[in-house]
Ligand binder design. Structure first.
Ligand SMILES: [Zn+2]
Length: 410
C-alpha cells in the first residue's frame, strides 16, 4: 500500500506552560532532522510567526547550536530568506552499539552527522573488561573532535533488556548477562558530561528508522532485526513503545512453537529459536557468526539447495511472527534490519507467505515490508537519537546542566 511520505512531516511546536522552551526545541528539532532550512521554511514547518522564528533562531545561535548563512542566489520576487544550519560540533553524542559479536562506536553531531566511527570485535563476556575496552576505543574518537565540540551525552544500544530508569541490563541472554549495571559502569569509565542513556538495540533501531531511515515520518512502524537472537522495536502513533520498565517489544521471546527448541532465555519455542540467525545458520549447516552469514550469502547466490531451503524456512517463521505483530499493532510499515535486511531478497517470498498465514487479511494486505536503508547502523544511530531527544526537549537547559552527569535508561 502506498504510504504518505510527501516530504518532511509538519511538526507542531508544543504549546503550554513552557511554550518558549518547547518552541526552541521544536525549531532545533526541525534543523536536526531536516538539515539546513530557510527561515521561511521554518515558519511553515512549525506554524510559528516570522518574528518568533527570528527570535528563536537568534537564541539558538547564541547557544551555539545554529548559524545563519546567506541564501543561495535565486531569481524571482522577494528577498531570499537566510538559511539556518545546525552546527554538528555544538552537540555531539558518543553512540555505542553493543552487539553479540562486536561493538560499534561513533561520535554523532547535531543534525545526525557521523563525525567518526570505529568497530571492534567483542573480546569476552565479562562486563568489566568490555566496558574498559569501550572506554579505550572511545578515547581516540573523542580526542579527534574539534576543540570547541560540546559532548552532550552517551547513548548505548544493547542486545538485551535494559531498564529505562537506570540503564541496568536486566537480561541479555545472548551475552549471558543478568542484572549488569551497564549505565553506571560506562559512566564511571567514560567520565563524559551529559546524559548516559541505555536502550534495547531493536527499540533504538526502530527510532533511527523513523527519524532517518526508510520509516521517516511514519507514525506506526515495526522494526525487526536479527544478529544471533531476534529483536523487535515498535513505534505507535509516532511514539516508541517502551512499557513500564522499558522492556516492551521482546517479541523474540514470544511463543511460536510449543513443541520447539529450548531458548537461551530459559523458555521453549520462542520466535528467535525458529527465526533467529543462529537457527538460520544451523539449518544451512554453517557456523554462527558474521563469517557464517557471508558464506550463506555466497551459497544462496550460487543457488545451493541447503542455503536456499534454510532461508525459505526461516523466512516463513519470520513472516509468521511478523503476522502476529501486525495483528497486535496494525503498523503501516515493517522494516527488517541487520542480518534480515542483508538477506531480505532471499527471505522475502516465504516471509510474505508467513505474514499472510498469520495476519488477518485486511492487515496483512495493507502493511508494507521493506529492508532497512541504514546499512547495519540503525541501532547505533538510534542510540544517538535517544540522547538528542533529551537535548531537543530543552536545548537551553541542556547547555546549563551539561556539567552534571546523569545515568538513566532509554
Ligand atoms: Zn526465549
Amino acid at each position: 500500500m502506498a504510504r504518505a511520505r510527501s516530504g518532511a512531516p509538519r511538526r507542531r511546536v508544543r504549546a503550554g506552560r513552557s511554550s518558549r522552551r518547547h518552541s526552541l526545541g521544536g525549531v532545533l528539532e526541525c534543523l536536526h532532522l531536516d538539515g539546513p532550512t530557510s527561515r521561511t521554511q521554518l515558519t511553515e514547518l512549525t506554524g510559528l510567526t516570522r518574528s518568533t522564528i527570528a527570535e528563536l533562531v537568534q537564541e539558538l545561535g547564541q547557544l551555539g547550536f545554529v548559524e545563519e548563512r546567506a541564501a543561495p542566489l535565486v531569481t524571482g520576487p522577494g528577498r531570499p530568506s537566510p538559511v539556518v544550519h545546525p552546527r554538528p560540533q555544538a552537540a555531539v553524542v558518543l553512540a555505542v552499539e553493543l552487539a553479540v559479536a562486536s561493538v560499534s562506536l561513533a561520535t554523532v553531531g547535531l543534525g545526525g552527522r557521523v563525525l567518526a566511527r570505529s568497530r571492534l570485535a567483542r573480546p569476552e563476556d565479562d562486563p568489566a573488561a568490555l566496558v574498559a575496552e569501550i572506554a579505550a576505543a572511545a578515547a581516540p574518537l573523542l580526542a579527534a573532535l574539534p576543540d570547541r565540540a560540546r559532548v552532550v551525552g552517551t547513548g548505548v544500544a544493547v542486545v538485551g533488556v535494559a531498564r529505562s530508569q537506570d540503564g541496568v541490563v536486566e537480561l541479555a541472554p545472548n551475552l549471558g548477562w543478568r542484572g549488569v549495571p551497564l549505565g553506571a559502569m560506562l559512566d564511571a569509565a567514560l567520565g563524559l558530561p551529559g546524559w548516559l542513556l541505555v536502550g534495547n538495540d531493536a527499540d533504538l533501531g526502530a527510532l533511527a528508522e523513523q527519524r532517518r531511515g526508510v520509516g521517516r515520518g511514519v507514525e506506526h512502524l515495526l522494526y525487526v532485526s536479527g544478529e544471533v537472537g531476534l529483536g523487535c522495536g515498535v513505534i505507535s502513533s509516532g511514539i516508541p513503545l517502551r512499557g513500564t520498565h522499558g522492556f516492551a517489544g521482546e517479541a523474540g521471546h514470544m511463543l511460536v512453537n510449543p513443541d520447539g527448541r529450548p531458548c537461551r532465555c530459559g523458555a521453549t519455542g520462542c520466535w528467535e529459536t525458529e527465526a533467529g540467525s543462529a537457527r538460520l545458520l544451523a539449518r544451512a549447516g554453517l557456523a554462527t557468526g558474521s563469517a557464517g552469514i557471508d558464506e550463506l550469502e555466497v551459497r544462496a547466490a550460487a543457488g545451493e539447495a541447503a542455503a536456499c531451503a534454510a532461508l525459505c524456512e526461516v523466512g516463513r517463521w519470520l513472516g509468521i511472527g511478523i503476522g502476529d505483530l501486525v495483528n497486535l499493532f496494525d503498523p503501516q510499515l515493517v522494516v527488517l534490519g541487520s542480518v534480515y535486511g542483508r538477506l531480505f531478497g532471499w527471505l522475502e517470498p516465504s516471509l510474505r507467505d508467513g505474514v499472510g498465514l498469520r495476519s488477518m487479511t485486511a492487515m496483512g494486505g495493507a502493511v508494507e515490508v521493506v529492508r532497512s536503508g541504514l546499512v547495519g547502523e540503525a541501532a547505533l544511530l538510534g542510540a544517538a537519537e535517544l540522547v538528542f531527544d533529551r537535548l531537543l526537549a530543552d536545548p537551553a537547559g541542556a547547555v546549563r546542566r551539561r556539567s552534571e552527569p546523569r545515568v538513566a535508561g532509554g
